[in-house]
Write a protein that binds this ligand. Structure first.
Ligand SMILES: Nc1nc2[nH]cnc2c(=O)[nH]1
Ligand SMILES: [Zn+2]
Length: 483
């Protein structure tokens, strides 16, 4: 499924679900969404209306009909992940951030000096994120220019929207995996920006992102040079902030002149409206105020934060204070490439905060995120974080068709019917192996639409992701699906 396929005018008919505010989902049981040849939504009809059949030019449109249990849902947006770390997914033992980096992460990333190895990992990871419904991804690559450029090319060829960043690190990292100088770090980053712009001049699919790994990996002059490069090239910026308490202490030692971790980045002009800050768990009020004032955005990475025991991010507080938040898988600190998994994990983390996590202070009943709120972060919130709020994240006329088709299986066979059950009258069989294998979500037929969404969130996975489109192009399809 290459990005070069031509798109037919298409009507997506059936149920659709999307966020209409932080707290509200629209669940339309019988809709029709018309998408033109440019992948742009031209009309949305609700309540079984078929007025579109009278619209000029739409009579011969292709129709993708979703019958049975399921719905169209906006593509997920992963606001922070590390493609080269994918082979380590699930491998972290009992480490915390700093020993995890030196034990697991730096050796693997360094090995992507081998382009064939990078090719194998990146093609697999892009397929994996697409098959989980991720239509946009903010990727860290490694410090290697050829492998970083390869990741940009793969995203473009597969049609996945991506921000792709060459990782900069001129300090404290091992000798075998370090930028030789500030000049080379800047020159190599510039080369990656230029390459990405050369293969996708409008940035419709891939865009470059300046990527200082995190403050401990960069000297102050290197951070400042990267801030200047981002300004000069009008680029996005991504980095990590305030993930782990030992890391915060290390930053205080390395940058004694700075008021805080956030201030290190602010001094280097790295906090802009186009900045994505991953984790942001232990920020002070002053730091949060600075981030908001600069318009920088936050990627909440709940699975990673728990896996590396970094802490419980108080997302409710960030939202209440007006910060912009999306979700990130942070593979391989995070153990899953799925944003649906992050939706669950974000809800869980918020419940730990609500119950009174020791690092989060007193219990806070208001902290709990609802399913609708977590799905907002996964779609519209993410779109705000990566600068695409006008084009993706929800279904409106004028937005682009970045969507996934969620199917929830045929339903569990109704052997018993209603009323009295005579145990002896039933065969002691079981649900078919085929059904067990095809979905993890058991649907009995009496669930409301709202309950089907809840079931998908709590027990769904990539088996429920039947097809995925970016800008109207089909970029993933489950094998059994005929469109
Ligand atoms: N989670 C995470 N935090 C980091 N801080 C610096 N590098 C990394 C990384 O690769 N993953
Ligand atoms: Zn990360």
């Amino acid at each position: 499924m290459a990005a070069s396929q031509t798109i037919a005018k298409t009507v997506y008919a059936g149920a659709f679900v999307h966020s209409i505010s932080l707290t509200e989902l629209e669940i339309c049981e019988n809709g029709a969404i018309g998408v033109d040849e440019a992948g742009v939504i031209q009309f949305i009809e609700r309540n079984g209306s078929e007025e579109w059949k009278e619209k000029e030019g739409w009579q011969s449109a292709k129709v993708v009909r979703l019958d049975g249990k399921g719905f169209f849902f906006p593509g997920f947006i992963d606001t922070h992940t590390h493609a080269p770390q994918h082979p380590n997914t699930g491998l972290f033992g009992k480490t915390t951030l700093l020993d995890w980096l030196s034990t697991y992460t730096f050796p693997l990333e360094a090995s992507l000096s081998s382009l064939p190895k990078a090719h194998r990992i990146y093609t697999n990871f892009v397929s994996r994120t697409l098959s989980n419904g991720t239509t946009t991804c903010a990727y860290y690559a490694t410090r290697h220019v050829p492998a970083t450029n390869l990741l940009s090319s793969i995203c473009l060829a597969r049609g996945q929207r991506a921000l792709v960043g060459r990782v900069c690190m001129d300090s404290l990292s091992p000798e075998y995996y370090r930028d030789a100088s500030i000049d080379s770090a800047v020159a190599d980053s510039r080369a990656c920006v230029e390459y990405t712009r050369s293969i996708d001049p409008t940035g419709a699919i891939v865009r470059p992102i300046i990527t200082p790994r995190f403050a401990p990996s960069c000297t102050a002059p290197c951070l400042a040079a990267l801030g200047a490069l981002a300004r000069e090239t009008h680029s996005y910026i991504q980095t990590h902030v305030s993930e782990n308490t030992s890391e915060i202490q290390l930053v205080a030692q390395l940058f004694p002149e700075s008021k805080s971790y956030t201030d290190v980045y602010d001094t280097a002009n790295l906090l802009t409206e186009k900045t994505i800050l991953a984790h942001a768990i232990h920020l002070s009020k002053q730091e949060r105020d600075t981030i908001r004032a600069r318009g920088a955005k936050i990627s909440h990475c709940p699975a990673s934060n728990t896996a590396l025991t970094s802490g419980c991010c108080r997302v409710r507080q960030l939202l209440d204070e007006g910060l912009t938040v999306g979700l990130g898988t942070d593979v391989s600190g995070g153990f899953s490439p799925s944003i649906l998994e992050q939706v669950r994990q974000a809800i869980w983390t918020s419940r730990f905060v609500a119950m009174g996590d020791p690092s989060a202070g007193a219990a806070d009943g208001k902290a709990k995120l609802s399913t609708a709120e977590a799905l907002f972060l996964a779609t519209r919130g993410g779109a705000q974080v990566v600068g695409l709020a006008d084009s993706v994240g929800g279904f409106e006329v004028g937005k682009e068709w970045d969507a996934q088709m969620v199917t929830l299986g045929e339903g569990v066979a109704d052997g018993a019917g209603e009323g009295q059950v005579d145990v002896d009258a039933f065969e002691v069989g079981g649900t078919s192996t085929a059904l067990l294998e095809s979905t993890n979500v058991d649907v009995f037929g009496w669930e409301s639409s709202e309950e089907l969404v809840e079931k998908w969130v709590y027990s769904g996975d990539d088996r429920n992701c039947a097809a995925v489109w970016v800008r109207g192009r089909l970029v993933h399809k489950r094998n059994d699906v005929v469109l």
